[in-house]
Design a protein around this ligand. Structure first.
Ligand SMILES: Nc1ncnc2c1ncn2[C@@H]1O[C@H](COP(=O)(O)OP(=O)(O)OP(=O)(O)O)[C@@H](O)[C@H]1O
Length: 468
């Protein structure tokens, strides 16, 4: 039988959840304070726990930590009011599975959550959703954490602020939040606040009544109206003028707005996701952004790390992109080194553009060498470290050797053919030795058998191993 723990000082909530779970034949334990929680023994008997984050005698996060320590397999959901949403986010970062906002509005959602927690493991659901929506996650734990959290936030009707340098995927993340949530059937409307004039921005956002200004020949719905069942993505929010910021603040506080030229107030249900490549806190300290608007937007802030801080993702992205396009781009070690040490100011967008350019120009080349990459990348690249003798292997020698030959062939610079041929001879010998050693290992040192397997004489083995 499933065991669930409920910790909440509001007895009404305790009773309500108890009834709901008992109807599902779940065994319920109810604690109405931090002290009552402390008195519980054998916490690991619980399959799931519903914890209030704000108890009169305790911070719910402390309870969560204790639970995670003593009952690591107990799935935890924290319960929160609007003012404690930030604590709920912290709880998820501490390992809670999800959070529920109080007052509860959707009983079926709670039931579905319980089913989810007690039956299948939802740990990887964000990965599946990312794959479905064509989002590349890579291997950086920071990005996985970000998308795991975003997946949990997708269904909640809270405003989200996304920060990250240009090209890091802020719009990609905003679309993921839309797609993974219960608004996915509604529209996703994106607007770049920096790309249009102030008057046009207001008219786009709020709409206008017929005749409200010269050229307003028809009534026009604004984005707040159109996106009412969906998501409104306000990109480059830092660029919105002061006047627009004031109006946005009102919508965020009350959901209310006015169409230009129409005195009747309207309500929007649009979920707002805002993004900025610049830090909004900095913009507030510089006096260009309203602090009260930042407070409203920053209910949850998701920060996407720049590509240079997740170097390992560069190779992963190349593989993925190549597979998606049914081609391969074999980079020489030098070229890969250039890609890995470049600082990528344009982030993923710049990487995608670079790959597209390489596909178009060099799809038929056997190997991509540094000079095929944009010149600015070569200028900033750190020189490739030579492999130390201890880490050298037959494979790494071959990789270096082939890129040396191919680089020499594709470079316009003068080459020393004699030197090149000498290197090839050394490589020939090294190759023969490597095969002999490998075969001798397989035959447990029996030279007769090794010679047979390799189709050469025992004398030839001695010759290659410098024994004659
Ligand atoms: N995680 C990702 N998976 C797949 N493609 C991505 C990802 N992140 C970014 N991209 C690609 O990089 C490009 C830029 O992404 P996006 O427009 O979301 O960045 P941005 O941070 O909003 O940029 P800007 O600040 O310039 O508006 C797009 O082509 C997008 O498809």
């Amino acid at each position: 039988m499933t065991n669930i723990l409920i910790v909440d000082d509001e007895q009404e909530i305790g009773r309500f959840l108890t009834r709901l779970f008992q109807a599902k034949k779940i065994n319920v334990t109810y604690a109405e304070s931090g002290q009552a929680f402390d008195a519980l023994t054998q916490l690991d008997r619980f399959d799931a726990a519903f914890l209030d984050v704000r108890l009169p005698d305790r911070n719910g996060l402390e309870l969560l930590k204790k639970l995670k320590k003593e009952a690591p397999f107990c799935k935890t959901v924290v319960m929160t009011g609007y003012s404690t949403v930030k604590m709920a986010i912290e709880a998820i970062q501490l390992g809670a599975e999800d959070f529920l906002e109080k007052p509860f509005e959707d009983i079926m959602a709670i039931e579905a959550l319980v089913d989810q927690l007690t039956t299948n493991d939802q740990l990887d659901a964000y990965r599946e959703e990312a794959q479905r929506s064509g989002v590349f996650l890579g291997t950086s734990s920071a990005v996985h954490e970000l998308y795991r959290l975003a997946f949990k936030l997708a269904d909640k009707n809270i405003t989200i602020l996304i920060e990250g340098e240009t090209g890091t995927g802020k719009e990609v993340l905003a679309r993921f939040l839309h797609q993974a949530g219960n608004r996915s059937k509604g529209p996703f409307i994106g607007l770049n606040c920096g790309a249009i004039s102030e008057s046009l921005l207001e008219s786009e956002l709020f709409g206008h009544a017929k005749g409200s200004f010269t050229g307003a020949a028809e009534n026009r719905a604004g984005f707040f109206e159109v996106a009412t069942d969906g998501t409104l993505f306000l990109d480059e929010i830092a660029e919105a003028s002061h006047a627009t910021q004031v109006k946005l603040l009102r919508v965020l506080e009350t959901g209310e707005y006015f169409k230009i030229g129409d005195p009747a107030p309207r309500q929007t249900g649009a979920r707002i996701i805002a993004a900025s490549h610049a830090s909004l806190e900095k913009a507030v300290s510089e006096g260009t952004f309203r602090s009260d608007l930042l407070y409203r937007l920053d209910v949850v802030k998701l920060v996407i790390p720049p590509l240079r801080e997740r170097q390992q993702d560069i190779t992963h992205f190349i593989d993925l992109y190549s597979r998606k396009n049914g081609m391969s781009l074999p980079f020489s070690p030098d070229a890969m080194n250039v890609l890995k040490t470049y600082h990528w100011p344009g982030n993923i967008r710049e990487l995608v553009n670079t790959l597209q350019r390489l596909f178009v120009l060099y799809a038929d080349e056997p190997v991509i060498t540094p000079h095929m990459l944009p010149e600015k990348m070569n200028r900033t690249a750190a020189p490739l470290k030579k492999a130390s003798p201890q880490t050298r292997t037959f494979e790494s020698d071959w990789r270096l050797f082939s890129s040396y030959i191919l680089d020499s062939y594709t470079n316009d610079e003068a080459i020393h053919l004699d030197e090149l041929v000498q290197t090839m001879k050394r490589m020939e010998k090294r190759t023969a030795e490597a095969f002999i050693h490998k075969t001798l290992k397989e035959t447990a040192g029996n030279r007769e058998q090794a010679a047979q397997k390799l189709g050469i004489s025992k004398r030839k083995i001695r010759y290659y191993l410098n024994e004659t």
